[in-house]
Design a protein around this ligand. Structure first.
Ligand code: SF4
Length: 272
């Protein structure tokens, strides 16, 4: 270890997703002498499955995951939405990630030297912003050790922690209304968590053009004929993918692989 690493805090930033969880398990087994801090930045709008999964992770690692929220008074998404005049975040204006995920982390660590473990895999091309603070040094163990998606599923399956339950119907962790969601995932949010779908709808102001998906409001998306069309298109895509390859892993056999295909487009901080 370098002198910096010797004196640093070792932070494992969990998103509630498969990659950051697998990294926490992997590093804990690989470096039992390092005292890791496990953090989760809570927007107060995460999927219920994520809170359940965090509890499973805690039971496995035997250490509590510290929940960070924005500000001392635990201001969450709704507070900042008001400040932004109801302007919903989007892939182009991602104020939510900065205010609710990155800033709480930076405040929490202050000026301490930090090694931040990031779960980007060897088979991913993405890189991204975590923090510009000089005292926070990101490291990418999966990339360094050449671990890919199949390895991540194996780590999760072998540990018994398993795959996050939301993976049955959605490719990414994060807020229930995350704008990175694919249309078929919005449909399944409605099917699985109709209350959350209704709550997501309440945020939209169609007349002002504030909708989660730029091309379509959630009221339009939930029309029966539109749902039918979206699901048919998704099935078609899955069929085409299935023809290209035979299932090789448990994850692929259950269709998780297909769901996660587009996950690389998500947010580096929220969707690991
Ligand atoms: S999960 Fe999506 S909506 Fe939530 S903070 Fe991250 S990018 Fe924003």
């Amino acid at each position: 270890m370098s002198e910096f690493e010797d004196n640093a805090r070792h932070i494992m930033l969990l998103s509630g997703g498969k990659d950051s969880t697998a990294l926490a398990l992997y590093m804990r087994d690989k470096n039992p002498d390092i005292e890791f801090e496990y953090l989760f930045c809570d927007t107060h709008k995460e999927l219920p499955e994520i809170y359940e999964y965090l509890a499973r992770i805690e039971a496995y690692i035997g250490t509590p995951v510290t929940r960070l929220t924005s500000g001392m008074d635990e201001r969450g998404f709704d507070h900042y939405l008001k400040l932004y005049g109801g302007y919903l975040p989007s892939a182009q204006m991602r104020w939510c990630t900065r205010l609710l995920k990155i800033e709480p982390l930076e405040k929490h660590v202050g000026d301490d030297p930090v090694v931040l473990y990031v779960g980007i895999r060897a088979d991913e091309r993405r890189s991204g912003y975590i923090s510009t603070k000089k005292n926070i040094r990101p490291v990418f163990p999966f990339k360094e050790d050449g671990l890919n998606k199949a390895d991540i599923f194996r780590i999760l399956e072998e540990s018994g922690v398993g795959i996050p339950k939301y993976y049955e119907w959605r490719s990414r962790s994060g807020c229930y209304f995350c704008f990175f969601q694919q249309r078929a995932e919005w449909v399944r949010l409605k099917q699985r968590h109709s209350d959350l779908y209704e709550m997501a709808k309440q945020y939209e102001k169609e007349e002002e053009g504030y909708t989660w998906s730029q091309a379509e409001s959630l009221s339009d998306l939930e029309k029966p004929e539109r749902i039918e069309e979206i699901l048919a298109r998704e099935q078609d895509r899955k069929d085409r993918l299935a023809k290209k390859r035979k299932p090789q892993s448990l994850a692929q056999a259950f269709g998780y692989e297909e769901l996660s295909e587009d996950a690389e487009a998500g947010c580096l901080v929220c969707h690991l």
